[in-house]
Design a protein around this ligand. Structure first.
Ligand code: FUB
Length: 346
C-alpha cells in the first residue's frame, strides 16, 4: 500500500489533533481553535506603540513643539488602591525629537505651586510667548468653591515653573452659564497671527476670553459658545491653512468632535466626530500638533494591561489626517501607534 504525501500529512495532522498534549502546544489559527498554524515562536511585542508611556498612568496630554523637540505635558493618575476617581496631584513632562523615544523630566509642577489651590492637578496646557513658557492648569480652589484655572510661568519648557499671579486666573464665581462647580476646567490657549492670545476652557459649557499680552490677565469679557453639540470638556485649538479647529470631548463616555472657523472668535461650524470612544476609558482628552510636517493626534485610553481604566489612563499617539477640503479624517486609534520616527524637517 502506498501513501501520497498529502494523505500522510492528513493522517499526521489527525493524530496530532487527537493528542491533547500536542494540541495544547500547537497554536490555533485565528478564528478556528481546531486548526493549527505554523509559527516559529511568540510574536515579539513591538518596541514602540500605544500607550507610549507604560511605567506611570498618564492622562490629559498637552503637547508643545519647540524647535526640533516635542514637549508632552500630562496629568498623573495615581489613585489609592480601591479608589475609583481622578486622584491627581502633579503634572508630568516628557520630551522627544522623533515622537518615538520619550525622555521623562522631573515633574515641573504640582498643586502646591498654587498656594491658593487645595487639590487636583487636572488638565492643562503649556504655550510659549516671548521666550517664556506659560502653563494653564485646572485645580480645585482652596477658598472659592469649585474648580479654577491658574497660570504658572518658566524660562524653560521643563521648568521650574512658578505661580505667575499668586491667584487664580479663572474661578467658579466668574462663570454663571451652568451651576456645576467643575465647569472651569481644561484650559487651552492659542495665539493668532495678530498676536492676540485666547483662552478656551469648560465643562458642559465651552467658554472663551481674550488674554492680555502678559498672558496672565483676561482682556475682556468671558463668552460662552452655543454652537457645539453635546460639549462635555477638553477643548483644544489648532490652526492649518486659514482654518481654526476647535476639537472637544462630546457625550460621555467621550468621543472627540470638532468644529471649524475662520476666526478664533467664531462662529464655529460643527463638523462631526473626530475620534471614537477610547478603549477602557470614559474620557479621551486630545491634543493636536504638527511636527516636522506631519500632524499628530495625542489622547488617552485605559489600555495598560491589566490595570488600565477610566482612572488609570495612558497617553497614546496616532496620526491625524486631513481631507482635501480641510475637514479632518476620523482618527484611527491603533495599538501599533507611530512606527517610524517623525519625518525630517522640510
Ligand atoms: O483628568 C481629569 C479630567 O478628566 C480632565 O480635566 C478631563 O478632561 C478628563 O480627562
Amino acid at each position: 500500500m502506498t501513501f501520497s504525501l498529502h494523505a500522510l500529512g492528513l493522517l499526521l495532522g489527525t493524530l496530532l489533533l487527537l493528542d491533547p498534549a500536542a494540541r495544547a502546544q500547537t497554536p490555533a489559527a485565528p478564528g478556528n481553535p481546531d486548526q493549527p498554524v505554523n509559527v516559529t515562536g511568540p510574536t515579539p511585542l513591538p518596541v514602540y506603540g500605544n500607550p507610549i508611556i507604560r511605567d506611570k498612568y498618564t492622562a490629559d496630554p498637552a503637547a508643545l513643539v519647540v524647535g526640533n523637540t516635542v514637549y508632552l505635558y500630562t496629568g498623573h493618575d495615581n489613585p489609592p488602591p480601591g479608589k475609583e476617581w481622578y486622584f491627581m496631584k502633579q503634572w508630568l513632562c516628557y520630551s522627544s525629537t522623533d515622537m518615538l523615544h520619550w525622555t521623562e523630566h522631573p515633574s515641573p509642577l504640582n498643586v502646591q505651586a498654587f498656594s491658593w489651590a487645595k487639590a487636583d492637578a487636572w488638565a492643562s496646557q503649556v504655550i510659549e510667548r516671548g521666550g517664556k513658557y506659560y502653563w494653564y492648569a485646572a485645580v480645585e480652589h482652596g477658598s472659592i468653591g469649585g474648580k479654577a484655572i491658574g497660570v504658572a510661568v518658566a524660562d524653560q519648557p521643563t521648568g521650574p515653573f512658578r505661580d505667575a499671579r499668586g491667584s487664580a486666573l479663572i474661578t467658579n464665581d466668574m462663570t454663571k452659564d451652568t451651576n456645576i462647580s467643575w465647569d472651569d476646567i481644561d484650559p487651552t490657549v492659542f495665539i493668532d497671527d495678530q498676536g492676540q492670545a485666547y483662552l478656551y476652557w469648560g465643562n458642559t459649557v465651552c467658554y472663551w476670553a481674550r488674554l492680555k499680552a502678559n498672558m496672565t490677565e483676561l482682556d475682556g469679557p468671558i463668552h460662552a459658545i452655543t454652537t457645539l453639540p453635546q460639549f462635555t470638556e477638553a477643548p483644544w485649538l489648532h490652526y492649518r491653512k486659514g482654518w481654526y479647529y476647535l476639537s472637544y470631548a462630546t457625550g460621555f463616555p467621550e468621543k472627540i468632535a470638532y468644529a471649524m472657523s475662520r476666526s478664533l472668535e467664531g462662529p464655529w461650524a460643527y463638523q462631526g466626530i473626530l475620534n471614537e470612544v477610547a478603549g477602557n476609558s470614559n474620557t479621551n482628552h486630545q491634543s493636536i500638533i504638527e511636527f516636522r510636517g506631519e500632524w499628530y493626534f495625542i489622547y488617552h485610553n485605559g489600555a495598560i494591561n491589566t490595570h488600565g481604566s477610566s482612572f488609570h489612563r495612558s497617553v497614546c499617539i496616532d496620526r491625524l489626517r486631513y481631507h482635501k477640503d480641510g475637514t479632518l479624517q476620523r482618527v484611527q486609534m491603533t495599538t501599533e501607534g507611530l512606527t517610524a520616527p517623525a519625518a525630517k524637517q522640510h
